[in-house]
Write a protein that binds this ligand. Structure first.
Ligand code: C2E
Ligand code: MG
Ligand code: MG
Length: 595
């Protein structure tokens, strides 16, 4: 039988697929295999484990087998007469198909991996082999495509396609595939009027695991995290790894917004159980951002941006939480950007000021110290509190010039006051970034030299958590600063992670009890007890104590009775500009009357 005959027969078989198919398929193989037509049909076509598709020369589908129906989800009548291009996923460009056709025309076959789309919209990868059949005149009569669903073994595959689209460590699809898939899923959801959610998941402190336990441990953690994420979603939902410590999940066809929140909660809950890494128990903290199609973005780019904004917000909220995207977050992000750009010019435009808050000795009621606190008078936004711009200054590195400026100004001011008054200690806050800067010791040394302030009158405030981040490095820096003769205070004591052994080892002079313990005492029994304990601890370590945020007489009284030497707070004075502080100094001794 020549190929033209075969084509004719095949075409006839399309007209009457049920009976015609069985009897009229023939092959060049038949004589060699000595099998009847029906047997051939049953074994090699109908029951073949691979999906088989036969088209005519115009690429219209003539025949498909049972496996084809199984893999693609299409029934025969739905595809007969149509072109295989109906299965395109949209993941390949025109160049890909041109190469395929060139190979088919010139070599007679094409083999490779291809992403196609099932009837339910799911994009899947198949191993496809296409051969073209020609008649005696050399004209193409049919194309036969044989393929198997490759989804189950993509992980083992080492071809360039996998490398391009999959993360080799976790075997999860990567950012490139997320973008392709998002576009496809968005179109699908739009057509079917469905809701869809995108979750971005950031592993907090992943770098710390890498640094502490090594990169192998980091890899183990990522794989374990991948398993957890997969168990938290339905089979149809896809998990992606976008970067070192960022994962994404697309939740298709969700019924309501709450469904996305449920998955986020499930993921967070799964992380309450620590991971065992190299014999260590490691707790993972996550920040999850959620955006919903179509409300939070009607294309892949805005949807991704919204999820990213929400994820950043979750991180700001202190991690281990999830946030739905809200348009106000964009406003916030824009405000942050505006803040950042005006912060860059704040020093040169002389918008920054240093205020001073007195520290009072409880037994004498005299000003014995002062804390320098930065103020930013923004020309349009008014007074911006340090709590709002210090984190931005930290993140951008602007804290270094700003911090040095505060230090220089505060020291200069202290020297000025020392000319006419009894010398008092000036406290200056150091943020984490300032503290870990290479040349901090040099900066302090230079400022002291320039301003002429004796080192014993400068106290540098650092927080507990800052000190504990890298205790060995902290110890080294503190020893260098101490050697110069400056004093060291631990600020906001009681709010961070304290280690008594380090507290003993660090050369500290002062503990500042955080305002949060002071504000409700003495009425709040447990706060009152904590304060008493901190006082006892400080005494046993021979440290000076300052209670922060003292606003009431009863608080000052309790602190005095329990042996706290100094207070700082609105009871005596809020932070004030330099001229005002000078007036307070002149009024020395009027502390109680001033309240
Ligand atoms: P902090 O170092 O713990 O400073 C004490 C904060 O408590 C100040 O807030 C002060 O105004 C406020 N405060 C003092 N007494 C009372 C009181 O009785 N009641 C209440 N409710 N609050 C009181 P401020 O000035 O807003 O500063 C906030 C934080 O910003 C500071 O906390 C410090 O961590 C940081 N900061 C301020 N200036 C600088 C600076 O120059 N450099 C750095 N790195 N951080 C600074
Ligand atoms: Mg402070
Ligand atoms: Mg404080």
């Amino acid at each position: 039988m020549d190929k033209a005959d075969k084509k004719q027969r095949l075409q006839k078989s399309v007209a009457k697929p049920k009976t015609a198919e069985k009897t009229k398929i023939k092959s060049k193989l038949r004589p060699q295999l000595h099998l009847g037509e029906n047997a051939f049909y049953d074994i090699f076509f109908k029951n073949a484990p691979e999906a088989i598709l036969i088209t005519d020369s115009a690429d219209k589908i003539l025949l498909v087998n049972k496996s084809f129906v199984g893999v693609t989800g299409y029934k025969r009548p739905e595809v007969i007469g149509k072109k295989p291009s109906m299965f395109r996923s949209g993941l390949h460009d025109n160049d890909f198909y041109s190469k395929m056709w060139r190979s088919l025309t010139h070599k007679g076959n094409w083999k490779g991996e291809i992403w196609n789309k099932r009837k339910n919209g799911e994009v899947y990868r198949e191993w496809l082999s296409i051969s073209s059949l020609r008649n005696r005149k050399g004209q193409i009569t049919n194309y036969i495509g044989i393929f198997a669903d490759a989804a189950t073994n993509f992980a083992q595959s080492t071809d360039s396609f996998s490398k391009q689209y999959y993360d080799p460590l976790t075997k999860l699809p990567n950012r490139l595939l997320l973008q392709d898939r998002l576009e496809f899923m968005i179109n699908h959801a739009r057509r079917n009027n469905e809701l869809m959610a995108l979750l971005l998941i950031d592993l907090d402190r992943f770098k710390l695991v890498n640094e502490t336990f090594g990169y192998d441990a980091g890899d183990t953690l990522l794989k374990a995290m991948t398993d957890r994420l997969i168990t938290c979603v339905r089979d149809v939902d896809a998990v992606f790894r976008l970067g070192a410590d960022v994962f994404a999940i697309i939740l298709e066809e969700i019924a309501q917004l709450e469904d996305a929140a449920k998955v986020a909660k499930r993921i967070l809950e799964s992380c309450t159980v620590p991971l065992k890494i190299d014999g260590h128990e490691v707790y993972i903290a996550l920040s999850i951002g959620i955006s919903i199609f179509p409300t939070d973005g009607d294309g892949k780019v805005p949807l991704l941006q919204s999820a990213e904004t929400a994820m950043r917000r979750a991180k700001e909220m202190g991690s281990n939480n999830f946030q739905h995207y809200k348009p106000a977050m964009n406003t916030r992000a824009a405000e942050q950007l505006a803040l950042e750009s005006s912060l860059r010019n704040a020093l040169s435009r002389e918008e920054m000021h240093v205020f001073y808050q007195p520290q009072i000795a409880l037994n004498t009621n005299r000003i014995v110290g002062m804390e320098a606190l930065i103020r930013w008078k923004h020309p349009e936004m008014g007074m911006i509190p340090p709590g709002q711009f210090i984190p931005v200054a930290e993140a951008t590195g602007l804290i270094l010039p700003i911090g040095e400026w505060v230090l220089r100004n505060a020291c200069k001011q202290a020297v000025e006051w020392q000319k006419n008054h009894e010398p008092i200690v000036i406290s200056v806050n150091l943020s984490a970034r300032q503290f870990i800067q290479q040349d901090l010791v040099e900066v302090v040394r230079n400022v002291l030299k320039e301003t002429g302030l004796p080192p014993a009158f400068l106290e540098l405030e650092i927080t507990e958590s800052l000190g504990m981040k890298n205790p060995e490095q902290t110890l080294k820096t503190l020893i260098d600063l101490k050697a110069m003769g400056v004093r060291i205070a631990i600020d906001d004591f009681g709010t961070g992670y304290s280690s008594l052994s380090y507290l003993k080892r660090f050369p500290i002079d002062t503990l500042k009890i955080d305002r949060s313990f002071v504000m409700d005492m003495p009425e709040d029994q447990s706060d009152a007890e904590i304060v008493k304990t901190i006082i006892a601890l400080a005494h046993s370590l021979r440290l000076t104590l300052i209670a922060e945020g003292v606003e009431k007489e009863s608080q000052a009284q309790y602190l005095l009775e329990n042996g706290c030497e100094k207070i700082q707070g609105y009871l005596f004075s809020p932070p004030v500009p330099a001229e005002e502080f000078l007036r307070l100094l002149k009024r020395q001794g009027d502390i109680i009357a001033a309240t």
